[in-house]
Design a protein around this ligand. Structure first.
Ligand SMILES: [Zn+2]
Length: 160
């Protein structure tokens, strides 16, 4: 079975850690974003930046620029996305600070750093880098130990 953010959340739910997470917004969300940006900056060539605007919507797929990212938890609802049109991260209203959803936010923050720091990479490379930082964070912060190959299931080889 392929790993997906939804699957991970279900696994976490079995550990009874999933149901107690409250929404976080405002300064608390910015503080989390700052931590995640620093994590990404420490593992890439990007400089840390202040957190971007983060907007909550019902379906991220309706607003995020799919040219760079809109990541789907299911067939129709996108959970997180970064728009290069307005430099904004969009999260689904259902987003909570569970580890798997923090990892999704981290992934989009990597796209934010890529975008503002002019990453000269093709889309596959952008995604590969974002998933690789996400993989490291999951391994560092959860009981999971995803191998390098975990990234490959999300990103096709090569660039168009
Ligand atoms: Zn992405």
């Amino acid at each position: 079975m392929k790993w997906s953010p939804t699957c991970l959340c279900a696994a976490v739910l079995l550990l009874a850690a999933c149901a107690t997470q409250p929404k976080i917004r405002g300064a608390e969300l910015d503080a989390l974003a700052e931590q995640l940006i620093q994590y990404a900056a420490d593992r890439t060539d990007y400089e840390p930046l202040p957190p971007p605007r983060i907007v909550f919507v019902e379906d991220v797929g309706d607003v995020a620029d799919r040219e760079i990212s809109a990541h789907y938890d299911g067939p129709t609802i996108a959970a997180a996305g970064y728009s290069t049109r307005d430099g904004t991260i969009y999260l689904a209203n259902s987003w909570r600070p569970y580890n798997d959803q923090r990892a999704e936010l981290l992934h989009e923050l990597v796209h934010y750093l890529q975008h503002l720091q002019g990453a000269p990479l093709c889309r596959e490379s952008l995604e590969r880098e974002a998933y690789e930082v996400q993989r490291q964070w999951i391994n560092d912060n959860t009981g999971y130990d995803f191998p390098d190959e975990w990234v490959e299931q999300f990103v096709p080889e090569g660039c168009d």
